[in-house]
Design a protein around this ligand. Structure first.
Ligand code: FE2
Length: 398
């Protein structure tokens, strides 16, 4: 395929802070690496599922073999970063006298831990007023040493300088940015992922794919993000079905971890779009898991957007192994959406919004439509989304 011209805004800034390390078994380096960052008394932040699966222990064993002092394990993190959990985690950090954190978990664990580190590093007592500000740049400080081991290949939270916080009372998912909130080192150890159940592997993988596709098609995309996102798409299309169907395949798990990190670096700089806007509303109001909601909405938004970003969709289709020599560029997004639908099938993702008891009634969907149309990501969608478009997309997703 002849490389199409891709326009981009003539000004962009590239920001990417964490050191990234990769190796099966990398957790054995945690003591040395945290020590180099100045950490001595470490608290581990995780969730009960990760503890029960024995995955947290795989990292704790290595901490205990090192010169670090393990001062506590906080496993009270639940799905979605919640303000009360953040406040509780920050109190725990101070109570046990930690000076650094090691985080073992997926997106909710990593996002909650980022917020906890802001609380302890900047001396706040309550995260609520911080969550209400979209960006915490003006008073941002460098934060205490922080290493993250992602245990899902989806969110990319290990490399993004923002966290999504759930406001339970308002049913809102708020994106909060802070320049130093992401970890100092993202340690990618695919051995920590082999126990992740196929369903969670599948829908977290769809989150990573959505980051890669929206990271490229976002109105604020730029060439560095494009490069990262394109390679992430290639890896996900190839390795997600293997990781789902052969959970113990460390190579496939490794490529998926790398892909989600690449996509995280991409969208973390260029933002996302309509899939994330509609998925955030589904998560906030109906509790639909983020990757699951993205997986349902992604092909529908690709169909919706195809004519607005033909060159970008040509590159996406090419990365999905579609022969782009003889296709109409305006159809590239629709063809790529077909690949996404097939990929979902291979991964056992057959859910629609009906499976989550969401009413297929325009009036009852109005709350979702209003939240999605006010979401921080909606403006980055390549095609302008009217409220009626969002309603139509939700109805199509039934
Ligand atoms: Fe996401």
């Amino acid at each position: 395929m002849k490389f199409p011209d891709i326009e981009f805004d003539p000004f962009f800034a590239w920001v990417n802070r964490p050191k990234i390390m990769y190796s099966p078994g990398l957790r054995s380096e945690v003591g040395y690496e945290l020590g180099e960052l100045g950490g001595k008394k470490v608290a581990v932040f995780t969730d009960k599922g990760i503890v029960d699966a024995g995955v947290a222990q795989m990292v704790i064993d290595e901490i205990e073999k090192s010169d670090l002092e393990l001062v506590g394990v906080f496993d009270g993190i639940v799905q979605d970063a919640r303000i009360e959990t953040i406040n509780e985690g920050a109190k725990y950090y101070k109570k046990v006298g930690a000076d650094s954190m090691v985080v073992v978990g997926g997106g909710s664990v990593m996002d909650t831990s980022k917020a906890i580190n802001i609380m302890v590093g900047e001396g706040h007592e309550d995260f609520k007023p911080l969550a209400e500000q979209a960006a915490l740049y003006d008073t941002a400080k460098r934060l205490p040493p922080h290493i993250a081991f992602p245990t899902t290949a989806g969110t990319g939270s290990e490399v993004t300088s923002a966290m999504v916080v759930l406001d339970v009372e308002e049913h809102l998912k708020l994106s909060v940015a802070h320049p130093y909130c992401n970890c100092d080192i993202a340690m990618l150890d695919p051995e920590l992922m082999v126990k992740l159940p196929p369903k969670i592997t599948a829908f977290t993988g769809m989150d990573a794919l959505t980051h890669a596709i929206e990271g490229m098609t976002a109105t604020s995309h730029e060439p560095i993000a494009d490069a990262l996102c394109i390679h992430a798409i290639r890896l996900i299309v190839k390795y997600l079905p293997i990781a789902v169907n052969k959970p113990e395949d460390v190579e496939a798990r490794g490529y998926m971890l790398i892909a989600s990190t690449l996509a995280g670096m991409g969208f973390g700089n260029s933002m996302t779009g309509g899939v994330h806007a509609t998925a955030h509303a589904l998560g906030g109001v109906y509790g639909v898991a983020h990757g699951m909601a993205n997986g349902i909405m992604l092909p529908l938004l690709m169909d919706f957007n195809t004519k607005e970003a033909p060159e970008k969709f040509m590159l996406i289709a090419d990365a999905m192994d579609i022969d782009c020599n003889k296709i109409d560029p305006k159809e590239a997004g629709t063809l790529a959406a077909g690949v996404v639908r097939k990929l979902k099938k291979k991964c056992g993702l057959t859910e629609t919004l009906k499976d989550f008891d969401i009413p297929d009634d325009a009036e009852k969907l109005q709350q979702l439509v209003e939240i999605a149309s006010g979401d921080s990501q909606v403006g980055y969608n390549p095609r302008y989304l009217e409220e009626e478009d969002i309603l139509k997309l939700y109805l199509e997703a039934m």
